[in-house]
Design a protein around this ligand. Structure first.
Ligand code: 48F
Length: 261
């Protein structure tokens, strides 16, 4: 018969607490903090970790993928256009060619393999954590990290102070609301960030402009994915995801360049 190793309840708890705390002590200081495990955040995490930068992703929900899972109106396919297909191929994601340079991808596979690629490259993804503020420094003025809280604590409306996590670069990959950049814009006006908001759909234009406008919005603070459209007053594009992964790749390349200088 099968021999199952016996482990007492208290020992299970002890191991969980011990190893969680080891991880938390390790992620208190980072090269890069990415906020949001959507397509842009996970693509950024993959390229940053692959380049050897210590990268942690904080995700509010208990899942990966952000807006991928909902597809378009809950249909489980999304569209990817070239050259983003090269990134998906690198991650082993199956693409079905609809026409030259246009591919169809399954949402479940896209989410799972993006996350798996980022984790295998060495990025740490922590679920159930909401970033609700940043840390800043003067002389020179810059963003130097984030404040994090359990999502559950926030949902309960409890008055609990956050803990602080330092980073040389913080990436807002929170999607349409650009939550981290919004809070920095409101609470550190000297950064001079103005958020005009996103425009209505114009997919062809939006894809190109989102990638081109990806990057630093203030020293230490970067935008990727739909956060870029919110901050730069760009149109939305709907369920075509090429720009999201290309934006993640571009923000990673910018940060790698900036941290090496
Ligand atoms: O929204 P989301 O998928 O962002 P994205 O990478 O991709 C956008 C597309 O999914 C889609 C689109 C493309 O055509 O329009 O919308 O720009 O993922 C954002 C993730 O960030 C988490 C949120 O739960 C989601 O998984 N998030 C948002 N705010 C916070 C956060 C926060 N303050 N702290 C932690 N996580």
């Amino acid at each position: 018969s099968i021999q199952i190793k016996s482990v007492e309840e208290s020992k299970i708890s002890k191991y969980i607490i011990e190893y969680t705390m080891k991880d938390w002590l390790n992620i208190i200081e980072n090269d890069v903090v990415i906020v949001g495990a959507g397509p842009s955040g996970m693509a950024a995490a993959y390229y940053l970790a692959k380049a050897g930068l210590k990268t942690v992703v904080f995700e509010r929900r208990l899942s990966f993928g952000g807006g991928i899972g909902g597809g378009a109106m809950l249909f489980h396919k999304i569209v990817i256009e070239s050259p983003a297909d090269e990134i998906l191929r690198e991650m082993g994601i199956n693409l079905v060619k609809a026409e030259e340079g246009v591919y169809i991808v399954d949402t479940a596979e896209f989410m799972a393999k993006l996350a798996s690629s980022a984790i295998s490259a060495g990025a740490k993804i922590i679920h159930g954590i909401t970033v609700d503020d940043v840390i800043f420094r003067e002389n020179p003025l810059r963003v130097a990290g984030v404040a994090v809280e359990w999502t559950a604590t926030q949902m309960a409306g409890l008055h609990v102070d956050p803990i602080f996590i330092s980073a040389k670069a913080v990436v807002d990959a929170t999607g349409h609301d650009a939550e981290v950049i919004s809070v920095a814009s409101r609470k550190i006006p000297d950064l001079g960030i103005v958020i005009p908001g996103e425009r209505s759909a114009y997919s062809e234009l939006a894809e190109k402009l989102t990638v081109e406008n990806t990057g630093m919005v203030a020293p230490g603070l970067y935008a990727a994915g739909m956060a870029v459209t919110e901050v730069k007053n760009l149109p939305r594009m709907g369920p075509i995801f090429g720009a999201m992964v290309l934006s993640g790749k571009k923000v990673a390349e910018d940060i790698i360049r900036d941290l090496r200088n």
